[in-house]
Write a protein that binds this ligand. Structure first.
Ligand code: G3H
Length: 249
């Protein structure tokens, strides 16, 4: 049985005020213990989030990391720095990192390795652009991104990953994949993982991301191979985020 995970990626948004408001809203919402919930604020809020969330069941994530453990990498943050902030999850390969910061599959793999080495749970983000979808290349692109990482890891390392399928054309656009479109890709990923190792396919949490909102979360999350959500815009609105958490459990 896979426990759903609802993770709110704040991207370059948020404030101390939102952190406090979100914590209070999550506490009074009494979200089912059958759902894992995490917030993923910008780096500057992580240490405060560690304190604000202490003793609560809400997990903490970071949006990226550098593959090296330390050194002359001005502006970057290492895996051990994240663990010091109480971080448990880290996004790797988000499409905005791939596109805006030129992170290719090898850069993504290096970050996954660094995260695993520090005991963090990498949330590996994968997904196709609209152009790739229209050229009928979804399977090639998405499985290519999955394969680069999975084939390079041991069975034990693979079992510690979470994946998030995020069609790039649905991110921040208000254009959501239909539940059927999302399920189709999730099923394809799970089938590929199961061919590699049945336990891997069965156990992998596959989140959906891309304009998931309070009003479409129920339909998306009821699909058999969708095990949660990576939420962008709606994770900045406590009521909306909580509604999505409730829809998961
Ligand atoms: O990390 C979150 C995704 O990029 C989805 O963002 P969105 O919900 O604003 O479309």
């Amino acid at each position: 049985m896979r426990k759903p995970l609802i993770a709110g990626n704040w991207k370059m948004n948020g404030s101390l005020e939102l952190l406090e408001t979100m914590k209070q809203a999550l506490t009074s919402a009494q979200i089912s213990s059958s759902v894992d919930v995490a917030i993923i604020p910008p780096f500057t809020l992580l240490m405060s989030a560690k304190e604000v969330l202490a003793g609560s069941s809400t997990g903490l994530g970071a949006q990226t990391l550098h593959p090296e453990s330390s050194g002359a990498y001005t502006g970057e943050i290492s895996a051990s720095m994240l663990t010091e902030c109480g971080v448990g999850y880290v996004l790797v390969g988000h499409s905005e990192r791939r596109t805006l910061f030129a992170e290719d599959d090898q850069a993504v793999l290096a970050r996954v390795r660094a995260a695993l080495g520090a005991g963090l749970t990498p949330v590996l983000c994968i997904g196709e652009t609209l152009e790739e979808r229209e050229a009928d290349r979804v399977e090639t692109v998405v499985l290519g991104q999955v394969k680069t990482v999975i084939d390079a890891l041991s069975a034990e390392e693979r079992s510690r990953l979470v994946m998030a399928y995020e069609p790039v054309w649905a991110i921040g656009t208000g254009r959501t994949a239909t539940p059927e479109q999302a399920q189709q890709v999730h099923a394809m990923i799970r089938s590929w993982l199961s061919d590699k190792d049945p336990a891997l396919g069965e156990g992998m949490r596959l989140l959906y991301g891309g304009s998931m909102k309070a009003d479409n979360a129920g339909d998306l999350l009821s699909q058999p191979d969708i095990d949660g959500g990576l939420i962008g815009g709606a994770s900045l609105k406590p009521d909306d985020f909580i509604a999505i958490c409730h829809a998961a459990g």
